[in-house]
Design a protein around this ligand. Structure first.
Ligand SMILES: C[S@@+](CC[C@H](N)C(=O)[O-])C[C@H]1O[C@@H](n2cnc3c(N)ncnc32)[C@H](O)[C@@H]1O
Length: 305
């Protein structure tokens, strides 16, 4: 028996100047687009421009000089109506319709899923999406699907923290309390629990992270105490924080006060060139060292006396 086919959809493709992109994008949403994507109209040409910015920080430049916007509609008539209504706006005189075209039939769910493959943390520790078989060599597996909160294991900062946990698993009997500060999807907290940590607290300022961490912990059969940052109480023999350099510097007193004597602090979200600033910020409490690096990001760790 053949599988039911997803009906074809239509995309309205527009070219817009940098100043109009936000208005066009908002208008397309108002005009019932199912989704709107924005790309550099000059990508892969000599006119291509890079937008630089530290991950998580605003880019110094807001957008490309010329953007291509693709708005998805369920049928050709809705895409054509949206184009007509949009071009009738007096502010849209510089917007050009490049195409209204059928999008080839696709299995959207499978297409999305195919972009998330199992991630190797160590040879034997893997992050595996729920729709994938675990690799044969995986002895320790975390089940995790992409969701609303940061942390699928594909980012180097997350991978380095998890690798540190896996490589220090011999210390796990001493991890009778663990704090994951800025837990996102809960990935580090779950990783610690899978390697034997008990009483793991996972906190974040983002309520979506709290929801996501709950769900991911359940999918891995581990128990976490999840909540907003005020859930963190007392001291912990292991404190993990993958945020970014600036908040990590501001959080230095708080994170160090949560670290038990003899405990380990593991920090990520730091670029190579930021190592000295971080060392200086933590100097009153501990001596941070660079203990791993990947793709320009570093892991900084320290043990409290
Ligand atoms: C880069 S993500 C890391 C997520 C996950 N721990 C990982 O390693 O993949 C940083 C997380 O820190 C949270 N965050 C940012 N500033 C924070 C703060 N001051 N206190 C607590 N959480 C914070 C963000 O909401 C985000 O979920």
């Amino acid at each position: 028996m053949s599988e039911p086919k997803t009906p074809a959809m239509f995309e309205l493709v527009l070219i817009s100047r940098e100043d109009d992109v936000e208005n066009v994008s908002d208008a397309l949403v108002e005009l019932d687009a199912l989704s709107v994507s924005v790309e550099d109209a000059d990508a892969d040409t000599p006119a291509e421009q890079a937008l630089f910015g530290e991950p998580g920080m605003p880019a110094p430049k807001g957008g490309w000089q010329r953007s291509v916007l693709r708005a998805l509609y369920p049928d050709e008539a809705s895409a054509t109506d949206a184009a007509t209504l949009l071009l009738a706006q007096d502010w849209a005189s510089d917007v050009h319709v490049q195409a209204i075209q059928a999008v080839p039939e696709q299995d959207w769910v499978r297409l999305t899923q195919s972009q998330f493959a199992p991630v190797e943390i160590t040879e034997t520790f893997w992050i595996v999406p729920s729709w994938h078989e675990a690799p044969a060599q995986a002895e320790q597996i975390m089940r995790l699907d992409p969701g609303l909160a940061f942390g699928t294991g594909t980012h180097p900062t997350t991978r380095m923290c998890l690798r540190w946990i896996a490589r220090h698993a011999d210390l796990a009997p001493g991890w009778n309390r663990v704090l994951d500060y800025g837990c996102g999807s809960g990935i580090l907290a779950i990783g610690a629990a899978l390697f034997g940590a008990r009483d793991v607290d996972a906190v974040d300022i983002d309520p979506a992270a709290v929801t996501s961490s709950h769900a991911n912990a359940a999918a891995n059969n581990v128990t976490l105490t999840v909540g907003l940052p005020d859930k963190a109480k007392g001291t912990y023999p292991l404190v993990l924080a993958n945020i970014l350099a600036t908040p990590l510097k501001l959080l230095a007193p708080l994170l160090c006060n949560h670290l038990a004597a003899g405990g380990h602090l593991v920090l990520a979200g730091i670029l190579e060139r930021q190592a000295d600033e971080l060392k200086a910020a933590y100097e009153p409490w501990l001596k941070l060292e660079v203990s791993d690096s990947e793709e320009g990001w570093i892991l900084m760790t320290a043990q409290r006396n």
